[in-house]
Ligand binder design. Structure first.
Ligand code: GLU
Length: 494
């Protein structure tokens, strides 16, 4: 054995500070559970002044998807989950892509054989037989081979896998920060494959090697890996390494019984963005899916990423699965939209406004100002504002409204009065239009609403609009506004 190699690897491991890693497999899709794992992992590092590492777990070559790592980089960058070490930025324990670490896994697998905690297995087995786990450990002829015999067969070029040698008797106990101490019978664990025939490691092996060699102090991942944790412990022990702190997080569910899944059409991060949700709102909501603040902050719901990094603690992570509730996310989104500066809201809303309002004369800032308090998702915008672009066809009965005390006849006389008043108006600005219409209502001895209702209906052709008559008239501009009021009057006159 090449001890110098192992010693050099040990010497590279950064120590003394918190180090966490997000270790996605490039599946081409960042589901909500993954995003949450990334977020919690990042928060643990940032909260403790530690280092956050991105590692790409691409050893399962069959599952590789073109462009899949781009989704990971893009999502992390958009979310502000910056990594200190990773494939693109490098770091002291590079490389950070598992397929580039192939040589390392083989060396460590053989080291484990030498230490007696793994063995060469020459039995031909298909992957599905392997997966089925119906494998009688005692009956594996290779487990009992002497090291010399096994080595001779390896040297002769016989294909092999390397399996973990699980103790036949006894129990293994591991500690998880969320689930506490868990003890299992060793007899219930299988001699899992560590290194495959093609020389690539299995996920379960690569993960342990990398977490150790990268100096990971907190391993944060989905609770689907909980059942493998005793085998990880035995690997760490077999090498004589310290076991990191495990933080297994319960799944994010679509309902009481089912996990969120792409197959069921549940949204990924990118889908949520496309549905008009803001990154900040998604992160805030996702943070609370399975974690809650404690103490003085217990009732608080709204947190920026920086604020989360201050208050996040592992003890606040829940054991119970969380249910993803799109209504709740929508609620957060509306809060975030409202809290934006007008400039930031305009920047976010403009592309959506422009989907429906192409006329460059229409001021998107003024339209955005009407929308900010009235929209929950950016994608609602085009249908709310399309009337600015073109007057929709509408029925005359929109002019009738009980509360505003209008009917066809009242609406007609209001428009008859409003048109010349607006025509004569010196300046087309908010204040002048407002004063013109309220003065006119006073002169006509009607409630403001009695005049405003028909003006707004004629200007917009819609019963429900963001903004009132004055704002809509202003944005349309004098000419288009008067044209529309004229058309309304015509409708009421025939
Ligand atoms: N590559 C694994 C996954 O994407 C990561 C599990 C872990 O973080 O240990 O599920």
């Amino acid at each position: 054995m090449d001890n110098a190699y192992f010693e050099a690897m040990e010497a590279k491991i950064p120590r003394g500070r918190i180090r966490t890693r997000f270790a996605p497999s490039p599946t081409g899709y960042m589901h909500v559970g993954n995003l949450r794992t990334a977020l919690y992992t990042w928060l643990i590092a940032r909260n403790g002044g530690g280092t956050f590492i991105l590692r790409i777990e691409d050893t399962d070559q069959g599952r590789l998807v073109e462009g899949a790592t781009d989704v990971i980089y893009r999502t992390m960058a958009e979310c502000g989950l910056t990594h200190d070490e990773g494939p693109d930025v490098g770091g002291p324990v590079a490389p950070y892509i598992q397929s580039e670490r192939r040589d390392t896994y083989g060396r460590y697998a053989r080291l484990l054989v030498e230490r007696g905690h793994a063995y060469y297995c020459f039995c031909e087995k298909t992957e599905s037989e392997e997966d089925a786990g119906e494998w009688d450990r005692a009956a594996d002829p290779c487990r009992a081979l002497s090291p010399e015999e096994a080595q001779a067969r390896v040297d002769a070029g016989e294909p092999y896998v390397i399996r973990q040698r699980i103790p036949a008797a006894g129990t293994t106990t591991f500690r998880d920060a969320i689930f506490g101490d868990i003890t299992v019978e060793n007899a219930a664990l299988d001699d899992q494959v560590l290194l495959k025939r093609d020389g690539l490691p299995t996920y379960n092996f690569a993960n342990v090697i990398d977490d150790h060699l990268m100096g990971i102090t907190h391993v944060v991942r989905g609770s689907e890996y909980l059942s493998s944790a005793p085998k990880y412990n035995l690997l760490y022990e077999g090498f004589g390494w310290d076991v990191p702190t495990y933080v297994h997080c319960s799944p994010v569910m679509r309902d009481q019984h089912n996990k969120m899944s792409k197959r069921h059409g549940d949204p990924s991060y990118e889908d949520l963005k496309a549905q008009g949700y803001l990154t900040e709102a998604i992160l805030n909501y996702v943070a609370l899916l399975g974690w809650s603040p404690r103490g003085e902050q217990a009732e608080r719901e709204v947190f920026s990423l920086a604020e989360l990094a201050e208050v996040f603690d592992i003890a606040g992570i829940s054991k119970s699965p969380a249910i993803f509730d799109i209504e709740k996310l929508t609620h957060f989104n509306a809060l975030y939209l409202r809290a934006m500066t007008p400039e930031a809201f305009h920047a976010a809303a403009e592309p959506y406004i422009r989907q429906a309002v192409r006329n460059p004369a229409l001021d998107t800032r003024a339209i955005a100002a009407l929308l900010q308090a009235r929209c929950e998702r950016l994608t609602e915008i085009p249908e709310k504002v399309d009337f600015f672009e073109a007057l929709p066809a509408y029925e005359k009965d929109l002019f009738t409204n009980k509360k505003s005390k209008t009917n066809d006849e009242v609406a007609r006389s209001m428009l008859e009065a409003a048109i010349p008043a607006l025509e004569e108006l010196g300046s087309w600005d908010q204040e002048s239009i407002h004063a013109c219409l309220t003065d006119l209502a006073a002169r006509l001895e009607v409630k403001n609403a009695t005049l405003m209702w028909p003006v707004r209906i004629a200007a917009a052709g819609r019963a429900v609009t963001p903004g009132g008559a004055v704002e809509i008239c202003l944005i349309l501009g004098r000419e288009e506004c008067l044209r529309r009021l004229g058309l309304g009057l015509e409708k009421l006159t025939v």
